[in-house]
Each structure stands twice: as C-alpha cells, then as structure tokens.
Design a protein around this ligand. Structure first.
Ligand code: GN1
Ligand code: MG
Length: 390
C-alpha cells in the first residue's frame, strides 16, 4: 500500500494570490469546495494521525472560520462512503439525544460539512476522497495527559460518548474496517507475514526484531481473552468508538473540561473493553506513543486511577459485574494488540501506518510492549484500583 506524504501547508499572502505563477494550489481548490462563504486564507497540516491526512483550514469569515479537511486513506477505509454514512448516523443520534436532556457541561459533536453542491465528500482529479468536518471551537487536544484532572476529563469523555451512543441500534452502522480490534485476527496476519519473510532476510537479524518475536511468543495465550469472553456471552456486543486515544479528546480551553470525542471513523459494533484499554494505553504513558526512549516507558498508576474515575463516573450506570471482571485484561491486551500491529507493519515494509523514519513502526512496537511490561509488573496495584471502584 502506498504511503501518501503530507502536503506542505498553504498560506496565500493575499486572497488574490490563488492563481500564482506556479498555478493554483491543489489543496486550495479542494478546501474551497467546502468553504461556502468567504475566502480560504490558510491551510495547515493538523494533528498526528497515522492513517488519514488532516488539515486545519481558516476562512475569512467571523463565525465557523475554521474547519478540518481530511483526505481519507482509501487503502485502509476501502468504502469511504460508508465511513461518511456512519458518521452521519452517529452525529445525528448524539445531536438528537442532547436536545432531549440537559448536560452539566458544553458537549459538542463534530459535524460533516457539505460541499458546494451538497455532497458529503469531494473526489479530486487523482481519485482522492476528501471530506470536511467542523472544528470544535475554543478547544484543544493534547498528545499526552499532563495531570490527574486531565486524566479524569479524558475518562469522562469516553464514558459520556459510550453513554450517548448506548441506545443507538448497532445495526444502523456499517462495518467500515473489517477485523478492526479483533485481536486474534492481527495475530493471524502477523503469522502470515512472518512466514513469508525469507529466513535469510536482513530484517530478521535485527536484535529488536528478535526481541519482539520472542515477546509475542511468550504472551500468545493472552491474545484471545476478550474475543473468548465475547463468544462465551460474558461481554456483550455494544457500539464502540474504536480510537479513543488522548488526542481525540477535545478539552475546552477556558474550563479545561472535556467537551468532545472526535475521530468517528471507526465507530462500530464491538467491545467497549477495546476502547477502555485503548484510552488507558494512550493516556497512562506520559512519554507518549511516539517516544524513542522506549526503555523509559512506564504505565502511570495515578493517571490510570484518574481515567477510570472519570470513565466510571458515567459508565458505572451501565457496566455489569462481568464488565469489571475484564477491565484488567483489556488494559493489558490493547498495548499488546497495537504493538503487534506496529511490529507486523514494520515486517511488512510500513504499508499501513504512516512513518517518519526507517524503523519507526519497530520503535512504536517496542514502546507498546514496554508499556505492557510495566502493566504486567503493576498488575496487583491496577487490579486493586479496579476493585476499589466497583
Ligand atoms: C491509528 O490515524 P489515527 O492516529 O487516528 C489507528 C488506531 C491506532 C492509532 C495509534 C484506523 O489511528 O487504531 O490505535 O493509529 N487507526 C486505524 O496511534 O487503524
Ligand atoms: Mg483514528
């Protein structure tokens, strides 16, 4: 799968500079499809997404003057129209629900912005699939959690999101990414990739690669814990977000409260335990998932307590006793799953996640495995925190 490089940002010095000697900037033409009123004055790369290309567009109008422009990676999301359809179903549902109840805080849902001819996306001359989403005004997202209050807000955001979609019929949503967050499927793919690498290949002689291979062998029996629980009827199928990492939680700049959980591309029927595990693996790693100091990575218990407190302040109303029984397994499994995904991608030649340097996916895998190791070492303390919150 080809990696699309992120185009440079675009800033016309004046709005008249659209047609320059070098021609019209293609990004500007695309952004313009979604800018109904006013002129686009700035387009800059935004966030650290690993799959789609994301830009923040600024328009010279007083209200709604910024929006998010994204090129969907259609090698990953093979049916992007379904992603858009799901997004509409989810956002309409949340919007309607919020009109029927009063929440003690501001809560926002990203809106799909139509093109000039009222479509929910625009295809450029190269066949790329572009869509625009409203920007949550006066808010910011951070790549790692800075204190316990922030941790509680991140947990609250996931709990509130789960609550808001808990009465949406899962049949209304399409599966936009088959096999996503089904851990045994990633293991199957890993074995397939590993078996196809020649034993003489240079990639296998690397010390870190050998370390990861052994790591996976040693923990292989953990892989199906959540899927087994699902198949045995212990954990129910619900709607999940799919990617509730820290930088998808928007924090209101004035109040420091969480006000939105964005990135709705992977909302689909699944286990909410994958979400809980993902939120904790992303939130309780103060060095962040992009650090290159993988040996310094640790799982922070105070942040763990904070996220769970925030999450359970909403979710205790709908979690069952068996849901609690599997919380620790979820926390331990998701760094394993993501590490396995990064490692497989490294072995496959970086075909899925965008990379910034050779060996980037290998480094990311080491970070996740180290986080898992820290979770293993603190198992008793993490279980204790969960017990205290039941
Ligand atoms: C990807 O692109 P982004 O950053 O939103 C990935 C997630 C991973 C995450 C790790 C569709 O999300 O599953 O947890 O990277 N999304 C997909 O940072 O594979
Ligand atoms: Mg995402």
């Amino acid at each position: 799968m080809a990696q699309s490089s992120t185009p440079e940002s675009f800033t016309p010095s004046t709005t008249q500079s659209i047609g320059t000697e070098r021609g019209i900037d293609p990004l500007l033409i695309i952004a313009d499809q979604f800018a109904h009123s006013g002129q686009v004055i700035e387009i800059r790369p935004f966030g650290n997404g690993n799959i789609n290309d994301t830009f923040l567009v600024t328009v010279d109008v007083p209200i709604d003057h910024q929006f998010i422009l994204q090129r969907i990676n259609t090698q990953v999301f093979r049916q992007p129209e379904l992603v858009m359809q799901n997004m509409r179903v989810v956002t309409d549902h949340i919007h309607n629900r919020l009109q029927q109840e009063s929440l003690d805080r501001r809560w926002e849902t990203p809106r799909v912005l139509p093109t000039r001819n009222d479509r929910d996306h625009w295809e450029d001359g190269n066949g790329s699939f572009w869509r625009a989403i409203s920007f949550i005004d006066q808010s910011q997202a951070l790549d790692s959690i800075h204190d316990v209050e922030h941790a509680q807000e991140v947990g609250y955001a996931l709990g509130n999101f789960h609550r808001l979609i808990s009465n949406l019929n899962p049949n209304q949503l399409a599966d936009t990414l088959e096999g996503f967050h089904i851990t045994p499927r990633y293991l199957q793919h890993y074995h397939h990739v590993l078996n196809n690498i020649q034993s003489s290949s240079d990639v296998l002689t690397n010390e870190d690669v050998q370390y990861c291979i052994q790591w996976i062998v040693d923990r292989i029996e953990l892989i199906s814990v959540l899927e087994d629980a699902k198949n045995q009827g212990k954990l129910p199928l619900r709607l999940m977000h799919g990617d509730p990492k820290v930088n998808n939680v928007m924090i209101d700049i004035a109040t420091q409260k969480s006000i939105s959980l964005v990135d709705l591309d992977t909302v689909k029927p699944g286990l909410i335990h994958y979400d809980i595990g993902d939120c904790l693996r992303s939130g309780c790693n103060p060095l962040g998932e992009e650090t290159q100091d993988w040996q310094g990575v640790r799982f922070d218990l105070n942040l763990c307590r904070g996220i769970l407190q925030g999450y359970l302040s909403v979710a205790q109303a709908f979690l069952t006793a068996q849901d609690y029984d599997y919380l620790f397994d979820a926390i331990r499994l998701i760094p394993f799953e993501l590490g396995l995904r990064f490692f497989t991608d490294h072995l496959e030649g970086d075909v899925y996640f965008k990379t910034k340097y050779p060996g980037h996916n290998l480094m990311r895998a080491l970070v996740q495995f180290q986080l898992m190791s820290s979770i293993e070492q603190q198992e008793a303390a993490i279980r204790q925190i969960i017990e205290e919150m039941r």
